[in-house]
Design a protein around this ligand. Structure first.
Ligand SMILES: Nc1ncnc2c1ncn2[C@@H]1O[C@H](COP(=O)(O)OP(=O)(O)O)[C@@H](O)[C@H]1O
Ligand SMILES: CC(=O)N[C@@H](CCC(=O)OP(=O)(O)O)C(=O)O
Length: 289
């Protein structure tokens, strides 16, 4: 395809998305290569300059895991959620807020754009309550597992994001929340991104991760489009596992609550964000009603 054709293919999409809000979730597994991360950030800045309101929500699971191991702690997950004792909460806060959030803001600044890093703790953005113990199968027996300081989002106050977007800043959000007593809770970043997309009445939620999209059970095929019933069936029959569970559940909740489409895209391939948004065929999985 000629270079001018590429630009012309993008035009109807640029027109359609102009002025719309897009929430981009940057998964920890999509941030392992610094040079690719830099291209993702440049793509996000481009979206901002073609008129979209861009909000970034980031994860950092692999880095939290690495830091825990370095401190002699073995991470444990239930349904893709990290069991978070008080020490793990401190590590998560340090990694997510102190390191990753700050790093993304700096990368955006390097692209000549102003970003503001916040966490869900700021300005009542995310209010959560401690998650109820989860039932898990251990052998043939159902056991209840307390996840510790893991939060379930109860309320989102998007005012701070509206203010930042109106002033032209790119908000960069770390997935923490406060409970009603002012204590911090660890929030899965996919869930945080979905709730923020809903509260902002975003047009799109894009999940950047390390696989080409939602795949079948033996991981040989990527689904380019999924409806809610299809996605639900894949969760029930166990095709969806680990970190993909909160991701797909977040996408489904977003779509059920007014977000036009939610996407799962491989963020480890350069410019996939632009290709998903601005080409006819896209590159990942698009989830719609
Ligand atoms: N059906 C599925 N299709 C694609 N990926 C899946 C599926 N089920 C589980 N996964 C796993 O989900 C992972 C992505 O979730 P996660 O590790 O939490 O990523 P991130 O850190 O980007 O949020 C993939 O690397 C893959 O191993
Ligand atoms: C409760 C819970 O699991 N919180 C996540 C927060 C970070 C995250 O979600 O990072 P990814 O997007 O890279 O997976 C965690 O501690 O790993």
């Amino acid at each position: 395809m000629k270079r001018e054709d590429v630009l012309m293919e993008a035009l109807p999409y640029i027109q359609k998305f102009y002025g719309k809000t897009i929430v981009i979730k940057l998964g920890g597994h999509a941030m392992v290569d610094q040079s690719i991360l830099e291209t993702v950030i440049r793509d996000a800045v481009l979206l901002r300059y073609v008129g979209m309101k861009v909000v970034l929500v980031h994860g950092g699971g692999p880095e939290i895991t690495a830091k825990m191991r370095a401190m002699g702690k073995e991470p444990k997950f239930v349904g893709g959620l990290r069991i978070t004792d008080p020490e793990t909460l401190e590590i998560a806060q340090m990694v997510l807020v102190g390191k990753i959030n700050d790093g993304i803001v700096s990368l955006i600044a390097n692209c000549g754009t102003r970003a503001v890093g916040i966490s869900g703790n700021d300005a009542n953005l995310l209010i959560a309550r401690k998650m109820e113990p989860q039932r898990v199968m251990v052998g043939d027996v159902v056991q209840e597992v307390d996840l510790g300081r893991v939060g379930e989002i109860e309320e989102v106050d998007p005012e701070v994001l509206h203010c930042l977007l109106a002033q032209g800043y790119i908000p960069v959000v770390a997935p923490m929340a406060l409970d009603r007593q002012g204590g911090s809770l660890n929030i899965n970043a996919d869930t945080a991104a979905a709730e923020i997309a809903i509260a902002l009445r975003a047009f799109k939620l894009i999940n950047l991760t390390d696989v080409d999209g939602v795949m079948n059970a033996d991981r040989t095929r990527v689904y380019h489009r999924l409806t809610l019933p299809e996605a639900e069936a894949m969760i029930s029959d166990g095709t969806i596992a680990g970190g993909m569970i909160p991701k797909l559940e977040g996408c489904m909740k977003a779509v059920r609550n007014g977000v036009t489409s939610a996407h799962v895209v491989n963020g480890n391939r350069e410019h996939n964000l632009l290709l998903e948004l601005f080409t006819d065929e896209g590159v990942g999985t698009m989830i719609t009603l």
